[in-house]
Design a protein around this ligand. Sequence first.
Ligand code: MN
Length: 228
Amino acid sequence: MKTHNIQNNFVSSCALICFSLTATGHPPVFKQQPLPYAYDALEPYIDALTMEIHYSRHHAAYAKNFNESLQSLSDVPAKVEEIMKNISHYPVAVRNNGGGYYNHSLYWEIMAPKGGGEPSGKVAEAIRRDFGSFDAFKDAFSKAASARFGSGWAWLVSDKGKLAVCSTPNQDNPLMDIAEVKGAPILCIDVWEHAYYLKYQNKRPDYIQAFWNVIHWKKVNELYEKSL
Ligand code: MN
């Protein structure tokens, strides 16, 4: 009986050690950050129902599927940005769902109630330097967003301070090693129909026009300064 207990203890200790050894190799868990404002906070430009469905269903699904897509992989970096930068080495499910996870996290952050107006600080200077004027930048960004065929995103990116506008299909983003234009994303707009269809239906240009009223320029400037 005594021998049996010793054996059992030995087996369970071994199981614990084996479990903890395996656990260190597990991929990190990426959590969906809380939305920084209420669902109705961006009314009337982005309606509450769109925000609720977009955050609690679409973005939540990307987060869940992103974590699932990492389950069988080892040596996964803890920073989502590092995964994006080497995305060509990952399965397509990581590209689609990890992109969806990262892109939406940024999209919520660069919007705010009582947003809009014109930028200030270093990003404002850089916009004038690289686009000629704020209006010229607005025009370039709006065109990139409206010209993206099908689903995707438009971006303002900083390559160590140098700004560019671009767009990506699906859930790709400019951090990805496969992107045509690369850089640190500092502003983005989701132009998937799920981002605007309930309020704007087929009128994507109206949604893009409304988006200028909710941009959180202080945050965009912070992201710009980080990219330098
Ligand atoms: Mn979306």
